[in-house]
Design a protein around this ligand. Structure first.
Ligand SMILES: Cc1cc2nc3c(=O)[nH]c(=O)nc-3n(C[C@H](O)[C@H](O)[C@H](O)COP(=O)(O)OP(=O)(O)OC[C@H]3O[C@@H](n4cnc5c(N)ncnc54)[C@H](O)[C@@H]3O)c2cc1C
Length: 594
C-alpha cells in the first residue's frame, strides 16, 4: 500500500447521511466528569508514542533518479467551476503536502472539496529528507528515491568525533509524492481553483474566502495549508519564532569524499575556518555555528547544504553561502554544475495560531514544524489523516439534523460552525501534543544559546542516548512523561561542563515551558456543547414554548426560535466563543467533546 487509505465513516459509506438523534437525558455533573476522564484517557492512548519500528533486516543502499514533475498532460486536475458551485463543504487553501493529503481524504468520504493554489501543479521547492522508518510506517516508502542505510555525524575533526547513526535515512521523490497525492485527489473528486487566497470572513454558519482577483467562494469549513505564509489563520500573540536558515545546492562535482551508503546528517567540523584571513568567519562560526548536511547520490552528484540549526535572527544567506564555499574548498570538492539551489528559511517554535478559531490549519500554518530540528514533512503526513477524519466527522454532523423535514446538510448558524471548527482544532493540537511542543520549544531555546563547542557537547550526549529516545525525539513520537525521562537522560550523559551550561542557559527556557504547560493542566479547550446537545436544548425550548402556549401564557414565554437563539453560543467574527449567552439548561448539558 502506498498511501494510507481513506477511512470513510459508516454512515457515509452507504450514502446515509441523516439519522434521527437518540434523545439524551441531562448528564449528572459526576457522570460528565467521568465521561471527560474516559475521553482524556482515550486521547492519551491514541497519542502515537515511542519511535517507529526500525525496518526489519538490513536496509540496502538504494538510488534511482527522481520522477519528472507532474504536468497538465500527465495529471488532469478537475477544475473548479465557481459559477456552478459557489459553495463547497471544505475549502483548502494551498496545494502543498498538507493541503492535498487532507483534501483527498475528506473528498473520498463524499464531501465536496476545492483546493485553491496559484499553481496547483507547481513544483514543491523544499528538499525533503526523512527517516525511512517514518515513511515506512505511513506506507509512503515508494516516495523515496534515495535510501542511505545509515547516517553519520561529525562532532569535530578527531577520530572519536565521527559517529555513525544506525538509522536509515531517505530523500523524498517530491514529484512522485505530489503525483500520487494529486491522483488520489482526482479519484476522490477534489476540484482545483488556480488562484491566491487573500482573506476569509465568516457569517451565518459558513465562511467566505476572498481571492486576490476579486472572486469569492463559500464553504462550511476552511483549511489553511498555505505553509509558512500562514495566509488565513489568525494569531492572538506576536509570532516570534527562531529560524532555521540553510543554503544548499544539488550539484555535479568532479568528486567528493563521502561514502554513497551514508547520509551526512551533521558535520560540525570547522577546519575550513582555520586558514589565514579566515579569523572573522571562524569567530562568527564559533558564536553562531553552522553545519554541513550532505546527501551523496552518486560519485559525481550530491546535495550539499550549510545549515544553521536555529538562530534568532536568522543567519543570512550570503554568510551561509560563504561558509559553504570555504567548506567545499577544504573538502576538495569542485562543483562543475549547480542543478538546483535551495534557500531555506523555516520559522521554528514561536506561538501557535489562536486555537480554536473558525479557520482550520495543517502543516506549516498550524505550527507543526519540529521546533528543535525544522523537520516537518513526516509529522504533516502523519497528522493529515487525523485532521481530515476530524473534519469528516464534523461535516457529517449537520447531517444529523437532516431529519424527516430534510433540513440542510450545512451548518446553519455561527455557533454550529464554530463548534465544528473547535472540535477539529482539538484534533489539530490535542493537549498532549501541546505539552510535547512546549518541551521541544524548550529544546529550541537551549539550542539558540549554544556556541560551537557547547553544540558539539550537546550532540555528543544526544546521540549516545537510547534509540528509543533520540529516534522518538526527532520523530515527534515521545509523550511528555517520556520527554522528561529523555531530558534527564540527556543531562546524565552530558559532561560536567555541558551540564552546568545546560543549567545556566536552559533556565529561562525551562521557566517559559512551565508557564506554557500551566494551562494544559486544567481544561485546556473551553468546553463546547455538541450538536446533539444543542439540538436537545432547542427541542426542550420548543416543548417548553408549546406547553406555555397550551396554557395560554404565550406572552410570558419566548417562541421556540428565540429560545433556541438564546441557548446558542455567541461567536465573534474571529471565531472566539463567549458562553455568556448560554442558557442554564444548556450549561447543564455541557460535556467535553474530544
Ligand atoms: C527550503 C526548505 C527545506 C525543507 N526541508 C525539509 C526537510 O528536509 N524535511 C522536512 O521534514 N521538512 C522540511 N521543510 C519543511 C517543509 O516546509 C514542510 O515539510 C512542508 O513543505 C510543509 O508542507 P505544507 O503543505 O504545510 O506547506 P508548503 O509545502 O509550504 O505548501 C504551501 C502551499 O500553499 C500555497 N500558497 C501559499 N500562499 C498561498 C495563497 N495566498 N493562496 C493559495 N495558496 C497559497 C503554496 O503555493 C504551496 O503550494 C523544509 C522547508 C523549507 C522552506
Amino acid at each position: 500500500m502506498l498511501l494510507q487509505s481513506g477511512r470513510c465513516p459508516g454512515a457515509l459509506r452507504g450514502g446515509v447521511r441523516s439519522q434521527r438523534l437518540p434523545r439524551v437525558t441531562p448528564l449528572a455533573p459526576s457522570l460528565c466528569r467521568f465521561k471527560r476522564a474516559v475521553a482524556l484517557a482515550a486521547q492519551k492512548a491514541a497519542f502515537p508514542s515511542g519511535p517507529y519500528p526500525v525496518p526489519e533486516g538490513p536496509v540496502s543502499h538504494f538510488y534511482r533518479e527522481a520522477e519528472s514533475w507532474p504536468t497538465a498532460e500527465t495529471v488532469q486536475l478537475q477544475q473548479h467551476d465557481l459559477e456552478q458551485h459557489p459553495y463547497v463543504d471544505l475549502i483548502v487553501a494551498g496545494a502543498g503536502p498538507a493541503g492535498v493529503a487532507a483534501a483527498s481524504r475528506v473528498a473520498a468520504a463524499g464531501f465536496s472539496v476545492c483546493v485553491i493554489d496559484p499553481e496547483p501543479l507547481g513544483h514543491w521547492p523544499n528538499n525533503y529528507g526523512v527517516w525511512v522508518d517514518e515513511f515506512q510506517a505511513m506506507g509512503l516508502e515508494e516516495c523515496l528515491h534515495v535510501i542511505w542505510p545509515k547516517a553519520k555525524v561529525w562532532l569535530n575533526s578527531e577520530a572519536e568525533g565521527e559517529k555513525f547513526l544506525d538509522r536509515p535515512f531517505g530523500r523524498v521523490d517530491r514529484p512522485r509524492m505530489k503525483r500520487l497525492l494529486l491522483e488520489r485527489c482526482n479519484e476522490a473528486g477534489v476540484t482545483f481553483l488556480p488562484a491566491k487566497v487573500a482573506g476569509c470572513t465568516h457569517g451565518e454558519g459558513s465562511s467566505e474566502v476572498q481571492l486576490t482577483d476579486g472572486r469569492k467562494i463559500r464553504g462550511s469549513l476552511v483549511l489553511d495549508t498555505t505553509g509558512h505564509s500562514r495566509r488565513l489563520v489568525q494569531y492572538d500573540k506576536k509570532f516570534d519564532p527562531g529560524f532555521q536558515g540553510a543554503y544548499g545546492i544539488v550539484a555535479e562535482v568532479e568528486s567528493h569524499p563521502f561514502a554513497l551508503d551514508t547520509m551526512l546528517f551533521m558535520d560540525w567540523r570547522d577546519d575550513h575556518t582555520h586558514g589565514p584571513g579566515q579569523e572573522a568567519m571562524r569567530a562568527a562560526n564559533e558564536k553562531l555555528p553552522t553545519f554541513l548536511y550532505a546527501m551523496p547520490f552518486t560519485e559525481n552528484k550530491i546535495f550539499l547544504e550549510e545549515t544553521s540549526l536555529v538562530s534568532r535572527p536568522a543567519v543570512g544567506f550570503p554568510e551561509l553561502k560563504e561558509r559553504l564555499e570555504a567548506r567545499l574548498k577544504w573538502l576538495g570538492i569542485k562543483v562543475t554544475r549547480v542543478e538546483e539551489e535551495e534557500y531555506c528559511l523555516i520559522p521554528m517554535g514561536g506561538v501557535l495560531p489562536k486555537h480554536p478559531q473558525r479557520v482550520l490549519a495543517l502543516g506549516g500554518t498550524a505550527g507543526m514544524v519540529h521546533p528543535s530540528t525544522g523537520f516537518m514533512v513526516s509529522r504533516v503526513m502523519g497528522a493529515a489523516p487525523t485532521v481530515a477524519d476530524a473534519i469528516i466527522d464534523q461535516l457529517s454532523k449537520p447531517a444529523d439534523k437532516a431529519t424527516d423535514a430534510g433540513a440542510s446538510l450545512r451548518p446553519s448558524s455561527e455557533s454550529e460552525a464554530a463548534s465544528m471548527s473547535s472540535a477539529v482544532w482539538r484534533a489539530i493540537w490535542p493537549v498532549e501534543r501541546i505539552r510535547q511542543r512546549a518541551f521541544f520549544t524548550f529544546g529550541m531555546d537551549v539550542l539558540l544559546s549554544l556556541n560551537l563547542f557547547e553544540m558539539r557537547e550537546f550532540f555528543r550526549a544526544f546521540f549516545s542516548l537510547s534509540a528509543f529516545h533520540w529516534h522518538g525525539f526527532l520523530s515527534t513520537r515521545l509523550s511528555f512523561p517520556q520527554l522528561i525521562v529523555f531530558g534527564l537522560s540527556l543531562f546524565v550523559k552530558s559532561s560536567n561542563a555541558a551540564r552546568s551550561s545546560l543549567l545556566m542557559r536552559g533556565l529561562p527556557g525551562l521557566v517559559a515551558m512551565l508557564l506554557e504547560l500551566g494551562p494544559t493542566l486544567g481544561g485546556y479547550y473551553r468546553e463546547a456543547t455538541s450538536l446533539k446537545e444543542r439540538k436537545d436544548a432547542v427541542d426542550a425550548a420548543a416543548r417548553k414554548a408549546a406547553a406555555a402556549q397550551r396554557k395560554g401564557a404565550t406572552a410570558a414565554v419566548p417562541p421556540p426560535a428565540a429560545a433556541a437563539a438564546s441557548a446558542s453560543v455567541v461567536v465573534d467574527a474571529g471565531g472566539g466563543e463567549s458562553e455568556a449567552a448560554a442558557a442554564p439548561a444548556e450549561k447543564e448539558l455541557t460535556a467535553t467533546k474530544l
